[in-house]
Ligand binder design. Sequence first.
Ligand code: FEO
Length: 173
Amino acid sequence: MLSEKLTNALSEQINAEYYAAYLYLSMSAIANDLGLKGFANWLFVQAQEEMAHGTHIYEYMIERNAIPILKAIEQPPSSFAGANEIFKAVYVHEQKVTALINTIATLALQESDHACYQFMMWYVNEQVEEEANATDVLDRLHLIGETDGLLLTLDMELAARVFVNPFPAKTAN
Ligand code: FEO
């Protein structure tokens, strides 16, 4: 059984992951509107990952005999000026998520809930990758500057990203 504090914190994290999905879906629609189909694809795949993260936490809470508290998901912004602004916002958001994840991991340790701490370690490591992905695209956008041809090359590269569920369904036995 999870403590009340961890139940609340993990419930908030489900909300944060689903908000991230909403945010990236909104960004994907904007990128699509800007003609950046590859950026749109990358963000759409990212939104799918965020939903998988949220669902995975939900399933973990059920496994621990807790009842997730599912609150309303905030409306994300519906306008960004361009790819640079979008990825700056992605990076800022991922930093916020990292802070939330670290807070939950610390709480789990304080409560000597080593199972929950171990569960959170996947997210701690994932956030290193999430922040690196955002800064990688931001760095390249910085190098590209105003060169449209290079922006389209990056767009084509981002078009290749495909969704791979990080938590494949458990096989029945
Ligand atoms: Fe699920 Fe991008 O953090």
